[in-house]
Design a protein around this ligand. Structure first.
Ligand SMILES: Cc1cc2nc3c(=O)[nH]c(=O)nc-3n(C[C@H](O)[C@H](O)[C@H](O)COP(=O)(O)OP(=O)(O)OC[C@H]3O[C@@H](n4cnc5c(N)ncnc54)[C@H](O)[C@@H]3O)c2cc1C
Ligand SMILES: Cc1cc2nc3c(=O)[nH]c(=O)nc-3n(C[C@H](O)[C@H](O)[C@H](O)COP(=O)(O)O)c2cc1C
Length: 745
């Protein structure tokens, strides 16, 4: 087989070496536009796990790499004049040019032809090749030539950055955050040999322009950065290597092959440099492609498909983690007010791949210090050992919670005419004795017509007060939990079947008329709701107020107003479901007018010393819909009206939604709202274990963690979390004390 490889970066070189080694009969030629010994950039980073894979693929290059790398275990975060160090991370740094030299030599030894100073502009230069491997990097010419087949999706980052180096050899992977009159600048620095460190400077567009760096010459940029980071550089200069200010480009391709042309490395996908995985991913592509070709040497199409199949999921996961990390750095200004301890742990856990528990394994002393600091700021000063972050108390107005775990509202579809019964007592009661700090009732409707299904609970008949009171009294008497009620009106999503009979499907008979912000049916099969007039608004507002007063009498500690998931109040907020032409439609301010009117009326009716939460869908996950920026604004409006906490959900507002699910996928929204609008938040959505709860709380992403399905799986989630962490002070029900693990007292 004749193989043409375009690009002699890590991907092209490593692939050529491995395929030539595995299939010596192949004729492999690399076309590289630069001369040997010339490249951009400075150092690259690998983990020990990656190096092991290199060892298995080609021992000779691995040994040379291993003889050349710098190794370190610590990460230092410089912030507000302090340096916070965490250990146990284990990275290896290598000069990029050294890596290329090693691979070039190995390619020569294996018999690969290397044609330097050869720029490939079209495939005619490779016309005799059976396979063309496009390893031509982030700006791939081949990808552009066949864009209609590869279907690239390119997203430009917001922050300008420049890849520099210095002779100051940092002893750790070092993040430096520095604020001056121009703005905020951050450095990602790491050593890559005994004499040099990579020094990437990143900032936001405004600071960059204010500092004049958008028009600065290379020398001026170096001078500016040397002055700004003089303390850390300790007299060393910064060095450039064809360095320029650029913005990171995230590349994805729908297809990785077209005919006999295949993309690898940065040409196929990129991952933000803050997770340091680009070279590793490029070389992993090389390994996968070489293996696939060796497995099916006579069926090129199947081999290329197998390569894609092998790689796409891992790449998608890395890109997702990298994107979260990129967004963290792009939004770094929102963490300015954090104390250094919290700033550092937020930085370390930014991509969600590293958790509080991982950090504890890597460096127990570091995490003990973080926990001690967090405890001291959250009512447990001097408590030894400090409680895990999830077991610190939290207060809203007069309501004090003993821990940060919340049982999410979960419809049970088991009520008759709104009445909660024994099922609800047992369901809520068992979760309260399971240890959560706060339990929130299912969506409880303020009127009979406001129910989603005939099985939904309500707060609209006098007997509902005593029925709910039975439950709140049980919770207060028999557990340490507080209990909140989620109040709602289903709007256009009402009059449907029970969840297990057909979610969102209209009832087979006995449907009741629906109202909503605009006359838009949920789906083709659903009823078209009537657009609410002012009379309807008065009625709904008064129903909410009546329900709030009843909740007060029933002994609830907190109210939650349901403004999410496409129900009535949410239908006013989303531009996709509110197309009104009056003062309740149009701008965000107008769309919030009625939900805020309801909030104000409920706030007036609810006791001053008791908190109110509002659940929002932070994004519609649909084009033209609500975005997180809007939700930050919504949170500001609610905060100014006396809302105490935002319960941050997302989606379920339109059938057109295309959510990107994943572990803790809504937590970044809770983080943005908390740290931009300055209001406490609850994070929820795929929070699966107590380690994630600790991580979210200690990193300042949110103040409380709300878990739904994990509490269906295990009502005793919090008790079990305490036992697993050896947390002694967890209150177990007296009746269950014989089962309390001995080690936890
Ligand atoms: C600031 C920054 C920091 C980074 N830090 C790290 C890190 O710490 N760790 C890490 O693993 N990765 C890091 N990366 C990413 C890493 O550099 C890339 O992911 C990696 O180089 C991809 O390898 P590649 O072979 O696919 O592409 P490249 O390394 O870009 O190689 C492509 C090659 O193709 C050649 N070429 C391009 N077009 C043509 C043409 N038309 N004809 C002939 N030749 C052509 C180029 O000259 C180049 O040599 C970083 C990237 C940046 C921007
Ligand atoms: C059975 C069930 C019923 C639900 N009912 C409600 C509800 O009444 N109100 C609400 O706001 N969310 C409701 N949700 C959504 C959850 O509160 C939560 O936001 C969602 O399940 C994501 O959290 P999780 O990943 O921890 O399950 C329900 C979820 C489930 C599984």
């Amino acid at each position: 087989m004749k193989i043409a490889v375009i690009g002699g970066g890590p991907a092209g070189l490593y692939f050529s070496l491995l395929i030539k080694k595995g299939m010596p009969e192949c004729e492999v030629t690399i076309y590289e536009r630069n001369p040997p010994g010339v490249t951009w950039g400075w150092g690259v980073v690998f983990s020990d796990e990656t190096l092991e894979r290199f060892r298995d693929a080609d021992r000779e290059s691995y040994e040379e790499i291993a003889a050349s790398f710098a190794r370190w275990e610590d990460i230092d975060v410089h912030f507000k004049g302090r340096v916070i160090r965490s250990g146990g991370h284990l990275f290896y740094g290598l000069r990029r040019m050294r890596l290329l030299e090693i691979l070039q030599n190995r390619c020569r030894e294996a018999g690969v032809a290397l044609q330097f100073e050869t720029e490939i502009d079209s495939l005619s230069a490779c016309s005799g090749a059976d396979l063309v491997v496009a390893a031509d990097g982030v700006n791939s010419r081949i990808r552009s030539l066949y864009a209609e087949h590869f279907k690239p999706d390119i997203d430009s980052g917001r922050s300008p950055y420049i890849w520099l180096a210095t002779r100051r050899v940092f002893e750790a992977f070092t993040f430096i955050i520095r604020e001056n009159d121009d703005g905020l600048f951050q450095v990602h620095a790491y050593p890559f040999d005994r004499a040099t460190s990579t020094f990437i400077v990143e900032t936001d567009e405004r600071s960059w322009k204010k500092a004049g760096l958008d028009t600065a010459s290379e020398q001026e940029t170096l001078g500016y950065c040397e002055t700004l980071f003089a303390d850390e550089l300790r007299g060393h200069k910064l060095m450039s290597n064809k360095s320029a200010w650029i913005k990171f480009r995230r590349i994805r391709n729908e297809s990785w092959r077209h005919g006999n042309v295949v993309l690898i490395g940065d040409a196929a996908h990129t991952a933000h440099f803050s997770i340091g995985s680009g070279t590793k991913m490029a070389m992993e592509d090389s390994m996968a492609l070489a293996s696939a070709l060796q497995a099916q040497p006579s069926d090129l199409a199947s081999a290329l498909d197998a390569y894609h199949q092998e790689r796409w999921l891992d790449v998608a996961k890395k890109q997702r983690a990298a994107e979260v990390s990129q967004r963290w750095f792009e939004g770094i200004a929102r963490y300015r007010r954090f104390e250094p301890e919290q700033f550092a742990v937020s930085l370390l856990t930014r991509s969600k791949r590293v958790t509080h528990g991982n950090l504890k394994l890597r460096d127990p002393g570091y995490i003990a210090g973080v926990d001690r600091w967090f405890a001291s700021r959250n009512g447990c000063d001097g408590v030894e050992p400090p409680p895990p972050p999830m077991f610190t108390p939290f207060s809203l107005r007069g309501m004090s919670l003993t821990n940060r775990v919340v049982v999410s509202p979960m419809c049970q579809y088991s009520a008759a005419d709104g009445s909660p019964d024994d099922w609800h007592l047992v369901h809520i009661g068992s979760r309260a004795i399971g240890g959560a700090g706060l339990v929130i009732t299912e969506m409880t409707d303020v009127s009979r017509e406001g129910r989603i299904t005939p099985g939904c609970t309500g707060m609209y008949k006098e007997e509902h007060v005593s029925q709910w009171k039975r439950i709140t009294e049980f919770v207060h008497a028999r557990s340490g939990a507080k209990i909140g009620m989620q109040l709602a009106h289903a709007g256009r999503k009402g009059s449907t079947k029970l969840m297990w009979e057909g979610m969102d499907e209209p009832l087979p008979g006995g449907n009741w008329p629906l109202i909503s912000a605009s006359p838009i049916a949920w789906a083709a099969a659903n009823q078209v709701p009537r657009e609410m007039d002012r009379g309807d608004m008065d009625q709904v507002r008064d129903d909410f107020v009546r329900a709030a007063r009843m909740a007060q009498r029933a002994g609830f500690d907190m109210l939650e107003l349901h403004c999410a998931h496409g129900y009535l109040l949410s239908s006013f907020i989303s531009p996709l479901t509110n197309i009104r032409a009056d003062k309740y439609g149009g701008s965000l301010e107008n769309r919030m007018r009625f939900p805020l009117e309801v909030f104000d009326a409920v706030r007036r009716a609810w006791r001053e010393d008791k908190p109110i939460s509002v659940r929002v869908s932070a994004t519609d996950w649909a084009p033209g819909g609500l975005e997180v920026d809007d939700s930050v604004e919504i949170a500001r409006m609610l905060k100014s009206r006396g809302c105490d906490i935002i319960d941050v959900s997302s989606g379920m507002t339109t059938e057109m939604a295309r959510p990107v699910y994943g572990s803790m996928f809504q937590t970044p929204f809770a983080d943005r709202i908390r740290n931009e609008a300055g209001i406490p938040t609850m994070a929820l959505g795929n929070i699966q274990n107590w380690d994630q709860v600790n991580t979210i709380i200690v990193s300042g992403h949110a103040d409380l963690c709300v878990l739904a399905r994990p509490h269906l799986f295990d009502p005793y989630f919090t008790l079990h979390a305490a036992a697993a962490q050896g947390y002694h002070d967890m209150r177990w029900p007296d009746q269950y004390l014989p089962a309390k693990p001995r080690s936890s007292g």
